[in-house]
Design a protein around this ligand. Sequence first.
Ligand SMILES: O=P(O)(O)OC[C@@H](O)[C@H]1O[C@H](OP(=O)(O)O)[C@@H](O)[C@@H](O)[C@@H]1O
Ligand code: MG
Ligand code: ZN
Length: 187
Amino acid sequence: MKKKALFLDRDGIINVEKNYVYKIEDFEFMDGIFEILRFFQEKGYLLIIITNQAGIGRGYYTEEEFHILTAWMLKQFELQGIYITKVEFSPYHPEHGLGKYKLDSDCRKPNPGMILRSAKEFDVDLTESILIGDKDSDIEAGLRAGVNKNILISNGENISINERTANVIENNYVNLLSFIEKGIYEY
Ligand SMILES: O=P(O)(O)OC[C@@H](O)[C@H]1O[C@H](OP(=O)(O)O)[C@@H](O)[C@@H](O)[C@@H]1O
Ligand SMILES: [Mg+2]
Ligand SMILES: [Zn+2]
């Protein structure tokens, strides 16, 4: 039986966005993110992180440094009883990438490659899945991949891409959790 997944952006959703975070000491979990992930995990959603990491391609940090931070992040989640099925990342940038990283990759959001690849690997039903992102490029990737519900955690700007677009939620996870608990998203 196909599974449902919660696709999660990293910078700005899992952790506070501070422009190309790659050091453990700079990684600050967003308020409420553990509760949100536990809620969806208990509802049977696979948790899959999809993150643009052009800081690698730009030469700001290495893939090794990204993997070291990712291993630490996953350990913190495990300590909270949260199991992340996969972390998909795209190190490329079409203009600013250096050497092999200068590439217009289908896996860099807003392209849907990371979503489609992980959905295939884990037999995910995208029509039963959800995406949470902090930029319209995240939402666009979800829409292009056919993710059913794409939620934008915004800092209050009203960004709408089209009628199926994200529900713009104030940049406050408690709101999202309360929306969910009130059944607005009837998950
Ligand atoms: O998990 P995310 O939000 O996909 O990661 C975003 C960061 O990699 C990085 O993204 C953008 O950089 P590029 O335009 O891709 O070079 C910027 O928004 C940076 O501020 C983010 O840290
Ligand atoms: Mg982000
Ligand atoms: Zn993003």
